[in-house]
Design a protein around this ligand. Structure first.
Ligand SMILES: C[S@@+](CC[C@H](N)C(=O)[O-])C[C@H]1O[C@@H](n2cnc3c(N)ncnc32)[C@H](O)[C@@H]1O
Length: 265
């Protein structure tokens, strides 16, 4: 083996080890997770009573519950192995999603949220419920026109009209959905805007993730957040946060979701 390939192997192993250590150190759950992010944004912490009350708000949300339970047959068609058929079970299993997409936006009260990748709209519906209860803020979502066999990731909607089928009608007032590739549509719609929360859940190729993270870094406000799903699929999230001196927190109940922020004056 040449010295060069030995060095690059060692470098690769070091990077993996650093990622493993970072992942362990940055894991939290529940109210501690939420307060870690709030502290990162220099916002005051919430009490465990406030935290429980916000979780209870979504657990008892009739709009979300009804919509979810009505759509269970379609969800079972999409993922037959997921046998979640009631709203209380949904909330229990999506515990990390509740903290990240409901509790955090209820506390932070973002003005503009951007989301790439909607599909059924499971996380979109949490975000929109938070904005509805905040009585302020808008969510701009992006998804591709579903074309069978094309860039559909693990699942995509049957047609444009099915995108976001878990979102209750009442919560759609604060929502815009743009159908098109985020690569072109993000700059077309959002250049010059200040974004408070950017959520990536579209194309999880390394290049596209870095593209969207870079767009987010350029556009998130000083107290803004970058949230990414599927961060364990490749090193993009870890490379990007390290390269841009970002801090991040991972949710212990779903280490595939990362929440990052930057210290800015
Ligand atoms: C994993 S799904 C999103 C899941 C969704 N966030 C949820 O919580 O249910 C990925 C979605 O990203 C969309 N997508 C993939 N590449 C895209 C791109 N370049 N621009 C916009 N949307 C894209 C796909 O059409 C698919 O609907």
């Amino acid at each position: 083996m040449s010295l060069f390939s030995l060095l690059s192997r060692t470098d690769f192993a070091c990077q993996r080890l650093t990622r493993l250590i970072q992942t362990r150190l940055n894991q939290k759950s529940g109210c501690r997770f939420v307060n870690t992010v709030l502290q990162g944004l220099s916002l005051p912490p919430i009490s465990s009573a406030e935290y429980e009350s916000l979780r209870n708000e979504i657990a008892t949300d009739r709009e979300l519950a009804q919509r979810f339970e009505q759509r269970v047959p379609r969800l079972l068609e999409i993922t037959p192995s997921k046998k979640i058929t009631t709203w209380p079970d949904r909330i229990r299993y999506a515990s990390a999603g509740v903290d990240i997409f409901y509790v955090l936006p209820r506390v932070i009260r973002p003005g503009i949220i951007v989301e790439t990748g909607v599909a059924s709209g499971s996380m979109t519906s949490f975000l929109l419920a938070a904005l509805y209860h905040n009585a302020t803020g808008v969510l701009h979502s992006f998804d591709l026109p579903p074309i069978a066999g094309m860039r559909s990731m693990d699942w995509t909607a049957k047609g444009v009209e099915e995108i976001g089928f878990l979102i209750p009608e009442r919560y759609k007032a604060a929502w815009t959905l743009t159908i098109g590739d985020a690569t072109y549509e993000l700059p077309r719609l959002l250049v010059g805007k200040s974004i408070d929360v950017f959520f990536h859940d579209s194309d999880h190729s390394y290049a596209h993730m870095i593209y969207e993270y870079s767009f987010a870094l350029k556009h998130v406000s000083p107290k803004g957040l970058l949230i990414s799903d599927d961060i364990t699929w490749n090193p993009a999230f870890f490379d990007f946060t390290r390269g841009t001196d970002a801090r991040f927190a991972l949710h212990r109940l779903n280490r595939n979701l990362g929440v990052a922020w930057w210290k800015r004056e």
